[in-house]
Ligand binder design. Structure first.
Ligand code: GDP
Length: 443
């Protein structure tokens, strides 16, 4: 999908703009109530186009006194994958040296970009944006991310650049895999095993930033790119540092991946941090395979596997769609199966369900389901269509009525999974209570 990255120095309003462009609210998720977590990738829709927006501010912790080099590094993290860049500046603060450095960095990428002069809350402030034309960019958009002023013009400009026929909607030849998880669960051991397997060809490739190195692996004619393998091997000095680093790494490498291997420790089970990382993977729309490592350390009887799986899943509730495999990086047990599962997961991301088939399923299971719960009148379902792949995205059109209940959404998603085999993929379900767009009707 076409990708737009939002860059800028701290506190210029990147996440507010992100939320405004994607229409997302800060989601309250996690084990304790009141935990807010920022999303960093989200699908935006404008007119009949869809694109992905990345908030680069969410990738590394944003601190007021972050040194400029760090900010530049943070911004450049997302460059490699973005198709279009937005440089957010604070029009009330005026131009700062850091804005100029970021501008130079963005220009250097050769990608289309614009300056978004934020905090133009009232019309008369818009003139202050003129100053930023000195940066020599094609477009400067005065906006107020907070109040929504000027956002329409910005989105109009963005979608002009989004190709109608998205070439990336076809599977690519190389499958990008991220190995993520807490410190010491065995990520590097697993990586070594994966690349140490016979019949695997390995090459190191430069990643998007100076210190990121990807490893290419080939198995049975399929190429895989394991994202940021330098990062997997990097260890924090203290436990706390190592944990922080593992979260940063997870978010960073996930952005660039198709399939995520979430590694958890068989002895320790799934922890809160695993659950947090799982939530990121789900939100980012990545396919996920849960790899339970150190299986050699577990005393096993006939029931161990089932009871362990249930135990691990209790914490990872965002990941009910993710298959689980039990391995030992140490002995190599089942490690050779992993890449085959990755391939299967990758292919499932691109399954397309014809609209007719989808509506047959809705007739067969959704209508009776709604009727049996006595809610069919409250949710006058018209029809559904698959709006996108990778992750599979479905739109249900209703004639007014209330939004579907969470449990009904889940029910339908499970039906879709069973009927069409979306292995390891998070399925997105959107509801439209207005008239469908022309593009959707044509499909
Ligand atoms: P990372 O921080 O996630 O990259 O973890 P490492 O790969 O560095 O592994 C942490 C520790 O766990 C090391 O001492 C490994 O030898 C050990 N380890 C990794 N995988 C296994 C496994 O499958 N079984 C056992 N018993 N130990 C493992």
């Amino acid at each position: 999908m076409y990708r737009v990255a939002i860059c800028g120095r701290p506190n210029v309003g990147k996440s507010t703009l992100f939320n405004r462009m994607t229409g997302s609210r800060r989601a309250i998720v996690g084990d304790e109530p009141g935990i807010t977590r920022d999303r960093i990738i989200e699908v935006a829709e404008w007119g009949d186009r869809q694109f992905e927006v990345i908030d680069t501010g969410g990738i590394l912790p944003e601190e007021k006194d972050l040194i400029p080099e760090k900010i530049l590094e943070q911004a450049s993290l997302a460059f490699g994958d973005a198709d279009l860049l937005l440089l957010v500046v604070d029009l009330r603060a005026g131009m700062t040296p850091l804005d100029e450095s970021l501008n130079a960095l963005l220009r250097g990428t050769g990608k289309p970009y614009a300056v978004v002069a934020n905090k133009a809350d009232v019309e008369k402030l818009e003139d202050d944006a003129l100053e930023f034309h000195a940066l020599g960019v094609e477009q400067v958009f005065p906006v107020s991310a907070e109040h929504g002023r000027g956002i329409g013009d910005l989105l109009d400009w963005v979608v002009e650049k989004v190709p109608r026929q998205q070439a990336e909607e076809e599977p690519e030849e190389e499958i990008r895999v991220a190995i993520i998880g807490r410190p010491n669960v065995g990520k590097s051991s697993l990586l070594n095993r994966l690349v140490g397997e016979e019949r695997v060809i390995v090459t190191d490739l430069p990643g998007t930033t100076r210190d990121a190195v990807d490893t290419r692996v080939e198995q049975q004619g399929q190429r895989y790119r394991i994202i940021d393998t330098a990062g997997i091997r990097r260890k924090g000095k203290t436990h706390e540092m190592a944990e922080k680093l593992s979260v940063v790494m997870a978010r960073k490498s996930m952005v660039r991946s198709d399939v995520v291997l979430l590694v958890i420790d068989a002895v320790e089970g799934a922890t809160k941090l695993d659950a947090t990382i799982a939530g990121y993977a789900f939100e980012a729309g990545k396919s996920v395979i849960i790899v339970v490592n150190k299986w050699d350390l577990i005393d096993k009887d006939a029931h161990t596997l089932v009871s362990k799986e249930a135990d691990f899943r209790r914490r990872l509730r965002f990941l009910d769609f993710a298959p689980m495999i039990f391995v030992s990086a140490l002995s190599g047990q089942r490690v050779s199966k992993i890449l085959n599962l990755v391939r299967e997961a990758y292919q499932a991301r691109y399954i397309r369900v014809p609209t007719a088939e989808l509506n047959k399923l809705m007739e067969k299971v959704m209508k009776p389901h709604l009727a049996s719960s006595g809610s069919s009148r409250k949710f006058p379902l018209k029809y559904g269509t698959q709006a996108g792949v990778a992750p599979p995205t479905f739109v249900l059109f209703t004639r007014g009525g209330k939004p579907l209940h969470f449990s009904t959404q889940r029910f339908f998603i499970n039906q879709l999974r069973q009927a069409f085999g979306f292995y390891a993929a998070p399925i997105r379900l959107l509801e439209r209570r207005s008239k469908p767009s022309k593009a959707a009707r044509k499909r």
